[in-house]
Design a protein around this ligand. Sequence first.
Ligand code: F6P
Length: 319
Amino acid sequence: MKKIGVLTSGGDSPGMNAAIRAVIRKGIFHDMEVYGIYNGYQGLMAGNIKRLELGSAGDIIQRGGTILFSARSEEFKTEEGQNVAIEQLNKFGIEGLIVIGGDGSFQGAAKLTAKGYPCIGVPGTIDNDIPGTDYTIGFDTALNTIIDAIDKIRDTATSHERTYVIEVMGRNAGDLALWAGLADGAESILIPENENDFEIVVNRLKRGQARGKKHSIIVLAEGVGNGMDYGKQIQDATGMETRVTVLGHIQRGGKPSGFDRVLASRLGAKAVELLLNGEAGKMVGIQNNQLVSHDIIEVLKQKHEIDLDMYRLSNELSI
Ligand code: F6P
């Protein structure tokens, strides 16, 4: 394989640039031509493709976002869209494609592979919701952004003796909420993977209040529900002054952490190796600190599992 392409798709995540850099440098190291596809699958269909040189990867490892831009494309979900995408790849002579993104992006990679075009998926999403890898690129950075925000909110929660509900991202996964809640010593963590008993949360708050506790932090995963509604219900049920912070897209930006840069570098390079070895329809991941690869279609059939032991621990530690 002499010409490969790389694109980022779906929600951006910190570390995507480090993964792009790894693909460019590893590809060129192996005497390949590397092409950047801009604006995800949408840009691919439009032929928004340019050759990337060694210098294209300079000064990007530390930057959040993605230099290739990202998009969510409805058109690409159609058979016609996928055929146009393959025509564009063939026009540029690109023989294999690396897709950096989340499960929606992997669906696209699986579709192209099924049509005979070799694709490799690199898991890049803050949600950490891709089976077959312990971590996705961007999760660690987003987690630390949330921790930093909650630390700040705790200062003001303490000063004003208030309860705070903090809504975090994660789509249908509770990983960001669980890890951030545990790292921040939150009084309650609400995740979609677990039945969330409102009464338990209220009783815990009241128990704390009776012990003289004046402020509390509740971390709510967006997959559970709306933070504003939840905050109101908590205030009504406890009589405690409650405020709500929805962290929003601040969680997607910023410099990638050291962990994410290293993870992205390893996964990006591994994806190039797979293409060089003639593999297709795979995703790369990390499990028990070992680089792994799995059949992308099999991975898409699986359900992401959260570590419920960690959830139980968080309950034990926040009595
Ligand atoms: O998948 C990443 C993510 O940030 C989710 O956590 C969130 O639900 C979604 O994307 C938000 O999407 P958008 O940026 O399109 O509003």
